[in-house]
Design a protein around this ligand. Sequence first.
Ligand SMILES: *[C@@H]1O[C@H](CO)[C@@H](O)[C@H](O)[C@H]1NC(C)=O
Ligand SMILES: *[C@@H]1O[C@H](CO)[C@@H](O)[C@H](O)[C@H]1NC(C)=O
Ligand SMILES: *[C@@H]1O[C@H](CO)[C@@H](O)[C@H](O)[C@H]1NC(C)=O
Ligand SMILES: *[C@@H]1O[C@H](CO)[C@@H](O)[C@H](O)[C@H]1NC(C)=O
Ligand SMILES: *[C@@H]1O[C@H](CO)[C@@H](O)[C@H](O)[C@H]1NC(C)=O
Length: 573
Amino acid sequence: MKAEGVFLVALVGLVSGQRPQVTLPDLGTMEGYFGESFISNRSFYHFKGIPFAKPPIGNLRFQPPQPVEPWTGILDAHSNIGNECPQSFSVLNWQGALQSRADDDDLNKAKEPEDCLYIQVYSPNIDPTANLPVVVFIHGGAFFSGSSRIYGGNKFMDHDVVLVVPHYRLGPLGFLSLQTDEIPGNAGMLDQVEALKWIQKYISFFGGNPNQVTVMGESAGAVSASLLNVSPLSTNLFQQYITQSGTALASWGIDPDPVTAAIDVAFRANCTNSEITALTQCLMTVEPSELNAAYMEYLTAETRQGRSGIGGSAPVVQKAGSVRFLEKSPHEIFASGDYNGKPAIFGANKHEGTQPYFFLHTFYLAPRNLTEDVEFLSRGVTRLFLNFHGVGTDQGDTLAIATENTYYGVNNMGNLTLLWPGIIDFSSNMQIKGPTFGNAEFNIAKGAPTYLYSFHFDGSRSLYPITAPFSPIPGGVCHGNEMILQFSIPTFGTNTEDEVVSNQLLTLWANFITYGDPTPVSSPVEGIPTWPRLESRDGSYLVINSTSSILQDYTRVEYFVSINENFPNNIMN
Ligand SMILES: *[C@@H]1O[C@H](CO)[C@@H](O)[C@H](O)[C@H]1NC(C)=O
Ligand SMILES: *[C@@H]1O[C@H](CO)[C@@H](O)[C@H](O)[C@H]1NC(C)=O
Ligand SMILES: *[C@@H]1O[C@H](CO)[C@@H](O)[C@H](O)[C@H]1NC(C)=O
Ligand SMILES: *[C@@H]1O[C@H](CO)[C@@H](O)[C@H](O)[C@H]1NC(C)=O
Ligand SMILES: *[C@@H]1O[C@H](CO)[C@@H](O)[C@H](O)[C@H]1NC(C)=O
């Protein structure tokens, strides 16, 4: 297969020494390199560190991105990977933890450059007439962490698709909002929009078809994909989307009170001015590392109060700014019907709730000595998790009582060992599965092809020891674990069984990206049954495991997995 790569390069006459070149009109020429795909070992083109917007520095901090400017000479798109966006590192930041193992040199830089709007492109064929379908991966990391470096694309490169992985501004630099024109919020979302515009203009020079673009995201990236679909600024820049473990309907997807959070974060960054012009001036000039440290402090304090801490670092409903990504809440937009239905895959992992459980156990229950407090565990714990998942008021404990009856089991109240499997289910649904199914239903209402999956494969490696260090409970098939199979994550290898499921996942996704159908008759996936569209509330969905199957009635079957399936009841594992 390597011979094919060389042949293509010779054909389009772009080879310079051993490295492929691409020239973008009005911008310049770049030099990438050849990679080798995961299973078939075929050669592909890889361009890293391509700037897709003007560096958002100086007066452009907090502002919408500006179009990229041309460069002189040949851009190094092989050794220069492009700065990751400034972010803080802590135990709450698993992506950072992963990266620090992989990339120590970069991390040890004293200052984090805000010049971080870079994109990576992977392509099996850069002939401008190749017209390959394009997939844009929006990474996760709770809107405050992550970068394209963590998600190596050599698994996608076993397939004839062009993969694009953009950076977007993170944390307060990407999302802080005072609801003023100077600090309007959503800068990070507008970076994603700018990346999609760049793709429209330039992806054909990498062999991609700008009219066949799928946006795929995981976690905060999945919320992003769903938001990009409801924003009038971006919905026409792509044709299909995939959300893995998150949608715009998630309670953590939108910051409900951004100004309060912004002022709190600003205060911790020593921007204590009560007058708005001075406060803005301070925020415009504070070091990124200090602003991110302040956000981490805020996040830690919020978590210790039993709250999610998304404030100051998540998308907002904008009330100011020259460019407005979102002017109504996603709930309002969906309810009004003013959104596009598109071919889409929605899905979640079986035990999403183990992640939020870890947070509240570690940062709330344990420090307050509540894990054996029978009185607290009789009702307070129910209120705690309701509040964490964004349920503000609960008149007469109506929802608490319903939650206990439905999920926790009234006879289990008072005993955390008996309670936590139900808490996992409840949290899975509140945080991820409910919003996932909700977005799927709205897509069906538009008559758009809709595919739903539940990921159940417990592979040889898990992110849980990093996302939930010293967790008192096992992670199960936790948030993010499918990433290990879809991308090449530094230090996360795969065994033979993982590779079978990995190949199935990639083939399903490549089929969807290419045909709008994950299991078309023309391209069956070995070991996977035909995956029918979800047509109704009790319709069909795909369970992805070492043996995959089609089941019916997602909310009935998947909303109560840990109780039904005897989630391992081993507190100390
Ligand atoms: C790919 O390369 C690996 C390692 O060199 C080898 O074991 C494997 O058989 C190759 N696969 C194919 C399909 O050529
Ligand atoms: C704020 O100022 C205090 C006192 O000067 C200093 O110790 C602290 O590191 C500063 N915090 C940040 C986030 O810069
Ligand atoms: C924690 O609670 C247990 C049981 O209620 C009690 O025996 C113990 O003294 C408490 N520990 C602390 C540090 O408060
Ligand atoms: C809680 O339930 C577990 C499992 O049934 C049991 O072993 C334990 O003794 C119970 N704890 C209390 C304090 O009753
Ligand atoms: C996945 O399949 C394995 C092997 O058949 C099985 O043991 C496991 O319970 C399944 N996982 C889930 C979550 O259904």
